[in-house]
Design a protein around this ligand. Structure first.
Ligand SMILES: Cc1cc2nc3c(=O)[nH]c(=O)nc-3n(C[C@H](O)[C@H](O)[C@H](O)COP(=O)(O)OP(=O)(O)OC[C@H]3O[C@@H](n4cnc5c(N)ncnc54)[C@H](O)[C@@H]3O)c2cc1C
Length: 453
């Protein structure tokens, strides 16, 4: 094997965890500095049939970027952001570039890299492409996939392919899924190829952004407001839900900045554009859903908007810390990532709470991307037994969600933790097609074993 592999045990331990709560120590670490080095490592792994798992910022919540088999290939040394092409509104990047750094580089040219996973300060562009990451503003801008223009991918054979998004508006050659092979790699969680360079699209930065945090006296009123806001001409760029427990977490560091203490729920909206926001229309809509109208918080300007974002980020960050404290007893944070058609979210959350209540499990903190019908439920399992009890509740919830036309994972992917639930959603025909594609692109099954399939 290549001298580029490092086997020092402290180093291997340093790459053994992501944000899932799992711990897997790889046999060796590779930290390539160029695409040519990646090719060399992949070729050696292929010839010795050694498993190879890619890692970016290792913020995966599903164990996707850790492995206890073979080589863990970290892209963190390949973090260059090449020149922004302001005219074409694109930027080329290496996979290890941190998402918030790409955003800063774009902003210096008055441009926006739109995908906004809450983990953007620590996750990489390669990991975000491999997970098709999304965030609060996906409501307006779409997930990462929509912003990928071109990829350079090293296949499991060591061959390098250059893929550019197909610009055709009409095409009848072959099955639809072969029209844009670039899409195979977005969201494939490192199982089909390794992204060694990407060109992503940029948008003009909005002239003005106004945040509104609207508190409510009941969860169902708040969720009905979300549906009404989506159907209104207000066209928000995000509609984020925070239940009472989530508001309690934001209050730890930010007091009553997001909502008055004791509010049952809040919806955080962002209105962005050229003109001044129609605050009267927002307030009228809120009041027609029994919002606590006198307590609406407005966020304007960079530092106020950053504060709102930090308060929102405090929710998963605090729950991750609480979950980590339970690891010695075999516990962890158990988080869901399901979504339903947005109009059904109120019903889905009520039923999810019912499943927890019936099983005697403490209610999860519920927050997230309500505008896309996509909340997160974060449970804390104190020990291994509680993990099992909570996972039974989650599975019941997922069955309910699927019956509503939903998905078991809308944002964080499948990784290793959620693999057991893929069969609830995908038919044998769909799974067969995925396995056929995996066999075609990675016949020796060396890439990211245990992820997705
Ligand atoms: C506090 C917190 C908040 C989060 N919020 C969000 C959110 O709002 N939205 C969201 O979508 N996710 C969120 N996540 C999940 C995670 O941060 C994102 O999926 C993120 O985009 C992963 O990027 P990463 O660089 O950390 O990837 P990693 O965790 O290192 O890897 C993720 C997957 O990508 C593969 N991979 C990494 N680099 C490459 C590459 N170059 N080529 C091929 N495969 C590769 C890995 O093998 C793995 O399967 C959150 C996580 C945390 C801890």
């Amino acid at each position: 094997m290549s001298a580029a592999l490092e086997r020092d045990s402290a180093l291997r331990e340093g790459f053994a965890a992501d944000a899932s709560g799992l711990r897997m120590v790889p046999d060796a670490i590779a930290r390539p500095e160029s695409a040519a080095e990646v090719v060399e490592i992949v070729r050696e792994c292929a010839s010795s049939r050694t498993p190879l798992t890619a890692a970016g910022g290792q913020t995966s919540t599903t164990g996707a970027s850790i492995s206890d088999a073979g080589v863990l290939l970290s892209f963190r040394k390949m973090d260059r952001i090449f020149d922004v092409d302001a005219r074409a509104r694109t930027v080329r990047v290496q996979p290890g570039a941190i998402v918030s750094e790409v955003k800063k580089a774009a902003a210096a040219h008055g441009l926006l890299f739109a995908p906004d996973p809450t983990s953007e300060e620590s996750c990489t562009i390669g990991g975000s492409i491999a997970c098709n990451a999304s965030g609060a503003r996906t409501l307006r801008y779409g997930a990462t996939r929509a912003h990928v223009r071109a990829l350079t991918v090293v296949l499991a054979s060591g061959e390098t392919v250059e893929l550019r998004r197909n610009p055709l508006e009409k095409n009848t050659v072959g099955y639809e899924f072969v029209h844009d092979p670039l899409d195979w790699f977005v969201g494939s969680e490192g199982t089909l190829g390794l992204v060694v360079e990407a060109e992503v699209a940029l948008l003009p930065l909005p002239d003005r952004v106004t945040g509104l945090s609207i508190p409510f006296a009941s969860e169902q009123e708040a969720l009905a407001f979300v549906v009404a806001a989506r159907r209104s001409p207000l066209s928000p760029r995000c509609l984020e839900y925070l239940d009472d427990l989530a508001l309690g977490l934001t209050a730890l560091g930010h007091g009553d900045r997001m909502a008055p203490l004791g509010a049952a729920a809040a919806v955080y909206c962002e209105d962005a554009g050229e003109d001044e926001p129609d605050l009267d229309a927002w307030l009228q809509l809120a009041e027609s859903h029994a919002a606590l109208g006198d307590e609406v918080r407005i966020f304007e300007g960079t530092s106020a908007l950053r504060e709102a974002r930090e308060a929102r980020h405090a929710i998963p960050a605090t729950m991750n810390e609480r979950g980590a404290r339970c690891r010695p007893a075999g516990g962890r944070k158990v988080s869901t990532d399901w979504a339903v058609p947005y109009a059904r979210l109120g019903d889905a959350i009520a039923q999810a709470r019912g499943h927890a209540r019936a099983a005697g499990v403490e209610q999860a903190v519920i927050y997230g991307h309500a505008g896309n019908g996509h909340p997160h439920q974060n449970f804390i399992a104190a020990d291994a037994d509680e993990v099992k009890r909570i996972e039974r509740v989650v599975e019941e919830t997922l069955r309910t969600v699927i019956a509503m036309g939903g998905t078991v994972a809308a944002e964080h992917g499948i990784g290793k933790i959620k693999r057991k639930w893929v069969g609830l959603q995908l038919s044998p025909m769909q799974l067969g097609a995925m396995r056929a594609m995996k066999r075609e692109l990675d016949p020796l099954a060396i890439l990211a074993p245990g992820n997705v399939l």
